[in-house]
Design a binder for this molecule. Structure first.
Ligand SMILES: [Zn+2]
Length: 315
């Protein structure tokens, strides 16, 4: 299944990234379009069905430093698409885009097409990576962008370390046993609506397989041992750049025991309770689950559908 932020249609044309002449040529073409990001927020067109606020080179020239800032996202029917960070002082009007606005990726994603949400996420992750990787991890000298935004190289010629945009793997698991599923409320969710519970999740650590990460995180956070682990699907999550690896995990016998540093509560829910929460995900209730754009929501739907005939297609 394709989750929100996956499903992009651009040809990433990775072979062009290191071809400076080809990229320079693409930047010059009339069909080249640029998606500005102010901090982590892309420009989005207004109206009832918003789209990405692509600008021409001419529109962008007013505020942007130069093509060296453009991050090559790929080709759409042969025309180049770039993400471009713009200074935080830039206003929509400066770009001749009065009806457009810079909007948060998470807020706007449900309003966009699958393909646009994916392009927006790719750009956000790349922009955020450059903003936080200005220095060489080996010698501390400044680094500069290379490969049209898909790498950075240390500017000290004696060092020259090259870094690539990172994606951090996170396992997220729907834990089940005897027809019930285990959901937790993270300590960091205190600002979220009452009743919100979600799948347990955590970063994969060095030297660990996906299955081992699922078992370790479940034991650490909920005190439960897990037997069979089954991969379901994955979701790029551009906050700033993780890959959520969705699994079903069968708990062995035992009572949950929470790690109070991680979870505020954890408990078993019946299929009926979960179904109610999935259908009424945006209403107050004893149990709330995250919105449909999250893999946690889709894992819950998929688990409910197994054997029940519920439609699991993306709502
Ligand atoms: Zn260096």
């Amino acid at each position: 299944m394709t989750h929100t932020f996956a499903g992009g249609c651009l040809d990433r044309a990775a072979h062009l990234r290191s071809d400076a002449a080809a990229i320079a040529g693409l930047l010059e073409t009339d069909g080249a379009r640029f998606l500005p990001y102010r901090a982590a927020s892309p420009l989005v067109t207004g109206g009832r069905s918003p789209g990405l606020g692509w600008l021409s080179a001419e529109d962008l020239a007013v505020v942007v430093v130069g093509p060296s800032e453009a991050l090559f996202l790929g080709l759409e029917e042969g025309e180049a698409r770039f993400a471009v960070p713009v200074p935080e002082t830039v206003q929509e009007g400066d770009l001749g885009a009065g009806s457009s606005s810079f909007r948060g990726v998470r807020e706007v994603a449900p309003l966009l097409s699958v393909a646009d949400a994916s392009v927006m996420a790719t750009g956000r992750s790349l922009v955020a990576w450059h903003a936080s990787h200005g220095y060489c991890p080996r010698c501390g000298s400044a680094s500069s962008m290379i490969d049209a935004g898909h790498a950075r190289r240390c500017t000290d010629s004696r060092c020259g370390v090259v870094q690539f945009p990172r994606t951090d793997p996170v396992v997220i698991m729907l834990i089940h046993r005897n027809g019930s599923c285990l959901l937790g409320r993270a300590v960091r969710s205190r600002r979220y609506p009452p009743g919100l519970h979600s799948c347990l999740a955590g970063y994969v650590e060095p030297g660990e397989s996906i299955e081992e990460a699922v078992r370790r995180e479940t034991l650490e956070e909920a005190g439960l041992r897990v037997g069979h682990v089954r991969y379901h699907s994955s979701q790029p999550w551009p906050f700033p750049s993780t890959l959520m690896i969705g699994c079903f995990a069968e708990a062995l016998a035992g009572r949950p025991r929470i790690d109070p540093a991680e979870l505020e509560s954890v408990r078993w829910f019946t299929r009926e309770e979960l179904l109610e929460a999935v259908v009424r995900w945006d209403e107050d209730g004893a149990l709330r689950v995250p919105p449909p754009l999250t893999i946690a929501h889709q894992l819950a739907r998929a688990w409910l559908s197994e054997g029940s005939g519920l439609d699991t297609s993306h709502p």
